[in-house]
Every structure is written in C-alpha cells, then in structure tokens.
Design a protein around this ligand. Structure first.
Ligand code: ATP
Length: 970
C-alpha cells in the first residue's frame, strides 16, 4: 500500500503546477482513451485556458483589444483542484481513485479509460496562489475594468472549498488574494478613481442571511431591470484590504455553521462574497465619462445531496443567474478528493465540471451612468460642496475694500465699522457653513480610492506590463484563520516573481519592499488625493497644522488637518494595532493643538471625526479580538486531538497574549473615546450628547461582548487544561506500561546465573536473591501479558461493539422500512377487500338476476302447457309479442352469462391479487418479526458485551485509560 501511494503521489506531482513537458499535453495521453475521453480531450485542447497558465491572460483577453470590443465567445474557465489525502484517510488505508494526469486531465485509477479534460487540473501540491493566478486573476482584473466576474468553488463537503476560498495565514485563499489584487490594481491605475463596496451573505437551508449585519435575516431576493438583488443587504464601503478582510472575518462569525459542527451542517450552506467596484476617470476631463460598475461574486457552493432542493430551483440559482447570464467572466473551481471512499462523489463533481465547460459566455464591459452609481453621486456631491465653498469664499472677498475708489474709503470704513457686528456674525455663520462643507467633503473623499502613483502609466484600457505580486502584511494576515506566520514568511522568501510572459525573476529589491510593506501594512499608499490644493495643502505632516500661516483661517487649517486626519484614518483602517493607537494619540494631540477654541463649529466637526475614527478602531479591534478568540477555540479543539503538539501551545499562548494586548488597546480606546466625548461635550453639549450616548451604548455592548468572550475563553481554557491533564496522565500510564513491557522483553533473554563462592561452593544467598528477582520479573511479565491480552480483548470488543451497533442500526432501518411496507400493504389490502366485497355484492346481484331470468321462461313454459287452449285463444298479435319477449330474454341471458363470466374472471384476478398481497403481508410480518428478533438478540449481545467490557475495564483501569486515549486519539 505504501509503495502504491508513493507511486501515486509521484503522479500527482506530475499534475502539479510546476510540471511541464510531454505529460502535460492532452494529446500525449489520449491514445487508449474511450469515446468519452476523446470528446473531453477535444475540449481541453480547444480551450484557451488549457494553454500555459502564465500566458493565459494574453490568450483570453489580448492586451491590444479593448474589452468592450472583444466579443469573442468564451467558455467558462473550469478547473479541478485535488486535495491531498487527509491523515484519517491515510490511516484507514484509503487508496487514490482519481488523479491528475498531466495539467489538464483527471483520470480514474481503476478504469483508466474514464478520463475528463479541463482547462487546468491542479494536483494536491499546488498552492492556492497558483490556483488564483491561473483560475481567478483574469476574473478579478476584468472586474476592476468593468466586466462582471464570478468565481465559484464547488465540491462536496470536505473537498477543500474553504481551503481554496478563504485559506489561512499560511496559504491565503482566493478571497483574500482577490481583495489584495483589487487594491493593487487601484494603486496601478492612477488615471481612475474607485469606490469599493462589499457584501457577504449566506444561503442556509434556502434562507438568505446577511453576514455583515446580524439583524439581516431571511432576506428577500428581488428583481429589477438590472437583475436579481437581495433586498436590504448591507453593503460596506471598504478602504483597504485589511478593512475588507476584517468584515469577512466578522461575517464568518455570524455564519450558522460553527467550527465544531462544520461538516455536519455545511452541506446546506453556501456563501457569496460580493465586491462591487465603481470606477471613473479622474481629473478635469472626466465630465460626462461613463462610470463602470461591476460585481465580483465569489461563492463557495457545496454540492448538495440529491434529496435537497436542486440547484435549478434554489435561491442560489436566482441570485447567481445574473452573473451567469453570459456577460461576465466565470471561473469554476471544482474541489475534489482523490480518496477511494469518495469515488462516486468525485465522479459526480467531475461530470458537473465537464457539463459546465460547455456554457458559453461573452464578457463585455459595463458602462453605466445612473443613479445607482455611488461614486458619481459622491463625486457630484463633492463638486457641489466645493462650489458652495467657493461661493462662500467669494462672498467674503467681495466685501473687501480693494475694489473701491479712494474717495469712498472713508465712507466705506464708516460703513464697515457700522456693520462690524453684523459682518462678524455673518463671517461666523459662513465659517460654520464652510467647516460643515469641509467636513462632508473630507468624509466623502476618504471613501474614494485613488492611486498615489504619478499618472504616467495608465491601466485602462490596456493593461501595463508585468504587475508586482501582492503580498500580505501583518494586518491582512490577522484576519485569516490563525496558522503559523513564520511559514508564510518562509514562503514569501522563496517566492519568485513570475511575470505574464512566464519569465521568472528573483524579487530582489521588490522583495525588500514587499517586506517593508508587510511590516507597515498596505495602506501607506492610500493617501488623500492631491487634486485640490485648497483642501489638502501640503502632504508633509510636520508642516501641517503647526506651520499654518493663517491659523485663524479655517480653510488653511482644516486643509492641513484633513490630510493629517485622513492619513491617520487610513492607517487606522490598515493597522488597528498598538502603533495605530499611538498614532491616534498623536493625532489627538495635533487635533488639540489646532483647536480654534471651544465652541467653534470646525472644532466640533473635527471632534466628531475623531470619535468616528476611534470608533472605527474600536470596531476593528473588537473584530480582531473576536477572530483571535475563535482561532483560540479552534486551536483548543486541535489540542484536544493532538495534545503532544507543542507548537499549538506556543501559538495559543501567542494568541492569548495578543487578545490581552488588544483588550488593553480596546480599554485605552474606550478611554480615549470617552475623553473625546467629554471634550466634544464641552464644545457642543446638545449636538453631541446623542452621539455620546450612542457611543456609550455601543461601548457597553462591545464591552459586554468582550466580557462574554473572555468568559468563554476562560471556560475553554479550563476545559483545555483539564483535557491536557487527562492526556498527560494517560501518557504517563502508557509510558510506564511501555517501560514494563520493555523490561519484560529483556527478561525473555534472561537466564538465571548461579553465583559461586571462591571455594567453588554456590553462594546461596545471592542465588536466592536472584531467584526472587527472577520470580518477581516473571510475575511482572505475566501481568504485562495479561494487560496486553486485556488490551487486545478491549480492542476486539470495541470492534465487535462498533460492528454490532452498525448492524443494529441497519436492522433498525430495515425494520422501520419493513414496518412502512407492512402498513402500506395493509392499507392496500383494506382497499382491495372493500373492492372485492363490492364485486361480490355485485356478483350476487347479477347471479340473482340471472337466476330470475332463467326461471321466468321455464315458468312461462310450465304454465303454457296447462293453458294451451287459453293461449291459443289469444290472437296472432299476442303470439308475436310472446315470441319477441322470448328472444329478448334469451339475449339478456346470453349477455348476463357473458357478464357473469367477466365478473368471474375479474373475481379470480382479484382473488389472486388478494392472495399475493396476503402473502406479501405475511412475508413482511415474518420479516418484521425476524428483524425484531434479531434486534432483540443484538441488544442482548450488546448488553453482554458492554457488561463484559465493563468487567474487563474494572480488571484493568490502566487498560481502560489506554483505550480511552486511543479513542480520543482517533
Ligand atoms: N489543497 C489542499 N491542501 C491541503 N489541505 C487541504 C486542501 N484542500 C483541503 N484541505 C484540507 O482538507 C480539509 C477539508 O477542507 P475544507 O474545510 O476546505 O473543505 P470544504 O469543502 O470547505 O468542506 P465543507 O463543505 O464541509 O465546508 C481541511 O482540513 C483543509 O485544510
């Protein structure tokens, strides 16, 4: 078996991402294929995606052809990803039933003529990043260019969908990679600005739930001219990869499928993560230019059991129908297990994938200008606000005396002095209005994402040269399920940059830069755009608030403050960690330095922003704590399974430390929030009191949640400690047993040596000691043997018990089936007997009629003999009548006979049926009785076994412990 596996794993290696050469060519491996294979291999060859992964984006979407012009029909990109055999399957000696034969073919091990070809087949050693590059990157880049895109992971439970879509810190999945890629693309597209929104939903047992909003349960699917949508779903504008991933992580916590019962329930749970991308050209010439709006739907679909609602009738289909309507790019990643125990499931998935390959799509770029474009709305609002601001500025300028003639100066001065109070009040009002406008502009501006690169190169419509690989910073990793980070760092170190032409180059400086980025998060480049000097002033923070030449002018100061605050805000989005808190503190200092004085409107707006920022940080930190807690929970479960794994304990400790540190940060933030609230309270008591109470309510809620989580953690920790204690005890027992066994084995080779004295006499004392020692050892040996036997017995009994339980279960099922059968038969029987009774009645009636009709002519004949004279005395007419009625009677008689025969035949048939049914019922009853009998026997047997097992267990407590440990280990 081991050698066979070895051979097969080499085959998988051949199908992995790194393999090239003859084996990869579909044609090279089709010689002995069946018709089915030949058909599929044609698909495989004709598909553009079957070409080299790295050159695929070129083949699919030529750089020189704008997307809206490119109308060639494409098929859905269909790929298959194998997962490795898991430790359980290996332990159980499962074999490999399906394998990747080259880069495009999946072949059956037992029947090599069964084979399917796809655009790409990924072996079990392929990394998710490679899967992303081949199967998803073109969909993401298309979505960023306005072409709708959908990426599905489809497969049976435990086939690797979650691993592929979400991944973990060691191997981030398609969703985090896509999100990161989207932000990298924004950075590489200086000539456009973007607005990104995310939504995340779950379809659980045909109920649509909003994972970003726990209140959004059982939402309705509606339709409008633009397709289907979920009514009332929450969409969050996202500012950074970390922000988006934190939302997903929080959403995961709201899923109906917990980590403990995952595999039990997940088969009816599908998730859809949607990234809505709006983009428009930036700069002066953007007026009237179309906004592109596209959606990337990334779904995890569990292949359903046949008993459940078929896909075609499900809510899932309704929701996805617009994505599959044929105008977007679609990538289907089918996840499968090679294991022989899942041969059929894997085959079904492969057939589904093969059918999907025939769907044709025609990707086209969406160009939309309508009220649904949020980016347009924001841009327009910013524009209007700026115009208002300009008008306000102009309003102030027009009252300046520079346009007036010298003669009027005295008069004007007089006028000005007269109207000083009035003007002052107007000025204040205008400043207030300006501050409000500035605040709004800042808020809206920070939602629109732009690249900080100089706009020399453009991304639209043509893609630039090789794009830098995205890497994950600490902040992004924090939102992925916890795994050893050192591994991902190692992976990053050996990662080579692969450009689109397939050339490989070492990362060199870019690697260093990536590491730097990783350290500081990716949002350093997401800064406030510098389109409007009036708004942003200088980007140098040090020359910000403190260097303002006109501190009394709200415009100058607020501009500087805006940038300072915004960069903090963005940093906060990307890095909700300790340094962020200190930045926030710094920001607070700056903020306090630059206060115009209590009561000024600008100050209060800054204060609101400050609180917003702190709240955001608070929210993110709470999300992180929740995520870490859930990771801790998962690790606790893993520890229960693998108590010896020291690494997990280290990780758990690390997690606990992080939770503690973050809780402290949360405390700090809460204090800051309340301080800010107090400060702002002084500034604007009435306006802020509501916000304060809201904040306090939220804070209380969060603190409560946190407390609950901490309490949960304590409980889990205690349970864990208990389990660890138990495991340690068991391990000790095992160790001592092992030691005893070894000693006993040594004894086997031991032969008693009789010691002789110097005089050649045997030394009896020493000899006795040795004999005693030997006896003890022999006793020990016996005990050990006994223990071994007992262990063996326990194992046998357990196996027998399992088998009996299984049999028991089967018998119970059979019995209930038989009962069902019997009751159905009884119902049918009843119906039949009623029918038979009816028929018999009818028959009797007919027989009576027949008898009556038989009697009447003879009677007539008898009476006719005695009354001939009288009859003859009747006229000719009467004779004729009688002749007619005789003929009628004869006919009737014949008919009756016929009917009688028919009824008799029907009766016979019914009787036969009835007899058959009776027989069936009898059989069922017998079977039921037999099954019940068997069941009772089983129970008796089980009870006996349990009893004997109990006795055995009493006889050897250590054996029981060992047995439990074994069970636990399994
Ligand atoms: N390509 C892979 N490489 C290594 N491990 C994998 C791979 N795919 C899946 N696994 C592992 O297999 C197990 C099951 O995978 P996963 O949870 O992703 O399955 P799933 O299809 O999402 O299951 P479900 O439908 O129950 O949610 C996990 O432990 C996962 O880490």
């Amino acid at each position: 078996m081991a050698s066979k596996q070895g051979v097969k794993s080499r085959r998988f290696g051949g199908g992995s991402s790194t393999s090239k050469g003859a084996a990869n060519s579909p044609s090279s491996s089709t010689t002995s294929s069946s018709k089915q294979f030949l058909e599929t291999s044609v698909d495989g060859q004709s598909s553009p995606a079957s070409s080299s992964a790295r050159s695929k984006p070129h083949a699919f979407y030529p750089e020189a052809v704008p997307l809206d012009v490119h109308k060639a029909k494409e098929n859905v990109t269909v790929t298959v990803r194998f997962r490795p055999l898991n430790p359980r399957e290996i332990r159980q000696g499962e074999e490999i039933a399906w394998y990747a034969d080259g880069e495009t073919i999946v072949r059956n091990e037992y029947n090599p003529s069964i084979a399917y070809a796809y655009d790409r087949v990924f072996g079990p050693t392929t990394t998710t990043r490679h899967v992303y590059d081949v199967a998803s990157q073109h969909v993401v880049s298309g979505a960023m260019e306005g072409v709708n895109g959908t990426i599905f992971a489809y497969g049976v439970t435990s086939s690797g969908k979650t691993h592929t879509m979400h991944g973990d810190q060691r191997s981030p999945g398609i969703i985090p990679l896509a999100v990161k890629d989207a932000f990298s693309i924004i950075q590489e597209t200086p000539n456009r600005e973007f607005l990104l929104r995310v939504s995340y939903l779950e379809i659980y047992n045909e109920v649509v739930n909003d994972l970003l909003n726990p209140a959004g349960q059982n939402l309705r699917i509606r339709e409008d001219a633009q397709g289907t949508f979920v009514e009332g779903i929450k969409e969050e504008v996202v500012l950074s990869p970390a922000h988006a991933l934190s939302l997903i992580a929080a959403g995961e916590e709201h899923r109906h499928v917990g980590s403990t019962n995952f595999n039990l329930l997940s088969s009816r749970s599908h998730t859809i993560f949607t990234l809505t991308i709006e983009s428009s050209p930036c700069g002066e010439n953007s007026e009237g230019e179309a906004v592109t709006l596209s959606q990337l739907v990334i779904s995890k679909l569990t292949e359903d059991k046949p008993s459940h609602i078929p896909y075609r009738d499900s809510k899932l289909t309704r929701l996805l129908q617009s994505s599959l309507s044929g105008h977007g790019r679609v990538s289907l990643i089918c996840t499968v297990t090679p294991s022989s125990s899942s041969t059929e499931e894997t085959h079904n998935t492969l057939k589904f994938a093969h059918r999907a390959k025939h769907i044709e799509i025609q990707a086209a770029q969406n160009k939309i200008i309508d009220e649904k474009s949020l980016i347009k709305k924001y841009q327009q609002e910013i524009q209007c606000l700026k115009e208002e601001l300009d008008q306000l500025k102009r309003g102030i300028v027009t009252v300046q005396p520079k346009d007036t003639g010298e003669d009027d100066i005295v008069l004007l001065k007089q006028k000005l002095e007269d109207g000083q109070v009035k003007l002052q009040s107007r000025l204040e009002q205008e400043e207030e209005a300006k501050a409000a406008l500035l605040g709004r502009i800042q808020r809206l501006t920070k939602l629109i994402l732009v690249s900080t690169k100089a706009s020399h190169s453009t991304r639209f419509p043509n893609r630039p040269g090789p794009r830098r690989r995205h890497s994950f910073g600490e902040e992004e990793l924090a939102y992925l399920p916890y795994k050893r980070r050192d591994l991902i760092l190692d992976e990053e170190n050996i990662d080579l940059y692969v450009n689109l032409e397939g050339n490989v180059e070492t990362t060199g400086d870019s690697l260093k830069e990536e590491k730097k980025t990783k350290k500081h998060g990716l949002l350093n480049w997401l800064k406030l755009r510098k389109r409007d000097g009036a708004l942003t002033g200088t980007s140098d923070k040090s020359s910000g608030a403190k260097s303002t030449s006109t501190p009394s002018t709200p415009q100058g100061e607020s501009g500087n403050h805006a940038e300072s605050r915004l960069s903090h805000s963005l940093a906060a989005e990307s890095s909700p960690s300790a340094d962020l808190i200190s930045e926030a503190r710094e920001d607070k200092d700056t903020h306090e330095d630059s206060l115009l004085g209590p009561g000024t409107p600008l100050t209060s707006i800054k204060s609101v922003d400050q609180i917003d920022l702190l709240r955001e940080q608070h929210k993110i930190l709470c999300g992180e704590v929740a995520l870490h807690s859930s990771s801790l929970k998962r690790l606790s479960e893993e520890t229960a399974r693998n108590p010896q794994d020291g690494q997990i304990h280290v990780e758990m400790k690390k997690l606990k430390d992080e939770i503690k540190a973050k809780s402290e940060q949360i405390d700090l933030l809460e204090k800051q929030i309340s301080n800010s609230v107090i400060v702002s309270d002084k500034m604007d008591q009435s306006g802020m009191s509501q916000t304060v109470s809201e904040l306090m309510a939220q804070l209380n809620e969060k603190s409560f949640e946190l407390e609950v989580k901490v309490a949960d953690n304590h409980i889990i920790q205690e349970q864990l400690n208990q389990k660890i204690g138990e495991c340690e005890n068991l391990q000790e027992t095992i160790a001592s047993l092992k030691q005893q066994l070894e000693e006993a084995l040594e004894l086997r080779n031991f032969s008693p040596v009789v010691n002789h004295s110097q005089h050649g006499e045997p030394n009896l004392d020493k000899g006795n000691e040795l004999i005693n020692d030997t006896n003890e050892r022999l006793l020990l040996q016996e005990k050990i043997n006994e223990i071994q036997e007992l262990k063996q017995k326990v194992r046998e009994l357990t196996d027998a018990k399992d088998q009996l339980e299984l049999r028991n279960q089967k018998l119970a099922e059979e019995s209930s089936y038989a009962k069902g059968l019997a009751s159905a038969a009884a119902v049918e029987l009843k119906a039949l007997s009623e029918e038979v009774a009816k028929l018999m009645n009818h028959n009797e009636r007919l027989a009576a009629e027949l008898a009556a009709s038989k009697n009447s002519p003879s009677q007539r004949r008898t009476s006719g003999a005695g009354q001939n004279g009288r009859r003859e005395s009747h006229g000719k007419l009467r004779r004729n009548d009688q002749g007619g009625s005789n003929a009628d009677v004869k006919r009737e008689l014949a008919l009756s006979k016929e009917r009688e025969l028919e009824y008799e035949a029907a009766l016979l048939e019914r009787d036969q049926k009835e007899a058959e049914l009776h027989r069936k019922v009898e059989e069922s009853k017998q079977r039921e009785a037999y099954l019940e009998n068997e069941l009772a026997n089983m129970w008796v047997l089980v009870a006996k076994l349990k009893k004997s097992q109990g006795a055995d267990n009493d006889a050897s407590a250590s054996t029981r412990e060992h047995f439990q440990f074994n069970e636990f280990d399994i």
